[in-house]
Design a binder for this molecule. Structure first.
Ligand code: SF4
Length: 349
């Protein structure tokens, strides 16, 4: 897969764009003013695989809390700010790694300039974040409804404001809850400019639907080489967002670290309780960071072939199963011992 070469920007210790790997982001859903709770969530997200975290900064108290959050966070923190340039300035002063704010919503040029000057001084990028729910009135009136073209036009207006002030440390997102519109918008934007793109399907829903919508939207674009950093938005614990994002990157071959898990769908040949075994193995390997492929297969028809391709695998039989390691059968185990034996072998890999 050839990825589009975008401009490289630096978000704290993480590079976004250029030849950098696609990074995973999420957003805290704690009250930002509660530093302890917010940091606890950031740490948990970091362990799960989150690389950049965004916190909502709705008021000055939250902007003040950003100081301790940045100091205690193991990953770069992005401030999510709407309208108030003073909050942006405070966050810059308090050690933020990037700011999400739309310059067209800040007000006078002087205010925008104050923000860009402060960001420039500390090499802090600004993410322009347009979404279909907050398009400018004139664009909406002209088009009658949100469109991909309208989203791109809106984002480019914000971009122009920053460029006029000689500010080019920019990341762009143009999200929509409508998957085809989101895909079209990012494709257009990718042709229009070389700024790194932050991909996301906004308000995508709860875990089941949201995962499908995000995977279709973000995954389609990534497969075309578009996108530099991603956020899966789910109405759930943000940890779920990280799990989906990681799996998406691994499945597309954009991430080499981490486990690849394959299991068969089961059929009339399956003679062990494979669904239960696969679910349990997957659960136990949730935090496995080994660079391995694990296969859990129901039978010896396709099973051993698939399992042989994996670093380690099971192929079920009648009340028992074979364990394969690097293409070789290493043992035959009773069904009730399969999980434990497999886990032991994985640990020893
Ligand atoms: S691996 Fe075997 S049990 Fe699983 S779906 Fe294929 S044929 Fe059926």
């Amino acid at each position: 897969m050839e990825r589009k070469k975008t401009i490289k920007v630096k978000v704290g210790s993480v590079y976004v764009g250029g030849d950098s790997p696609v990074s995973i982001q999420s957003m805290t859903n704690t009250d930002t003013r509660d530093v302890e709770k917010t940091l606890a969530q950031i740490r948990a997200l970091h362990i799960a695989g989150c690389e950049i975290i965004r916190c909502a900064v709705p008021d000055m108290k939250a902007a003040e809390a950003i100081k301790d959050i940045c100091a205690g966070s193991p990953i770069p923190v992005v401030a999510d700010i709407h309208f108030d340039y003073r909050l942006a300035l405070k966050c810059v002063e308090n050690g933020i790694s990037a700011i999400r704010i739309n310059p067209g919503n800040i007000g006078s040029v002087e205010r925008v300039k104050a923000v860009t000057e402060a960001c420039k001084e500390k090499n802090i990028p600004i993410r322009i974040g347009v979404n279909s729910g907050s398009l400018e009135k004139d664009i909406l009136e002209r088009d009658g409804k949100p469109t991909a073209k309208g989203l791109v036009e809106s984002a480019l207006r914000h971009v122009k404001i920053l460029e006029k002030l000689n500010f080019n440390d920019i990341v762009i997102s143009i999200k929509s809850s409508d998957v085809p519109m989101m895909i079209e918008a990012y494709r257009l934007m990718s042709k229009e400019c070389n700024y790194p793109l932050h991909l996301g399907v906004t308000e995508s829903g709860t875990v089941f639907r949201g995962t499908i919508k995000s995977t279709l939207g973000i995954g389609t674009l990534l497969a075309e080489g578009i996108g530099d950093t991603i956020r899966v938005s789910l109405t759930s614990d943000p940890i779920e967002e990280i799990k989906v994002a990681k799996e998406m990157l691994i499945a597309l071959g954009l991430r080499k670290q981490g486990m690849t898990f394959v299991s068969c769908p089961t059929c009339g040949r399956t003679q062990i309780n494979l669904i239960k075994i696969a679910e349990e193995v997957e659960k136990r390997l949730e935090n496995c960071n080994k660079n391995i492929k694990v296969a859990v297969m129901g039978c010896v028809v396709n099973g051993p072939g698939e399992a042989r391709e994996a670093d380690i695998g099971i192929a079920g039989g009648n009340g028992e199963g074979l364990i394969f390691k690097k293409g070789e059968i290493i043992k035959k185990v009773k069904e009730e011992d399969l999980i434990e034996e497999l886990m032991r072998e994985i640990e020893n890999l």
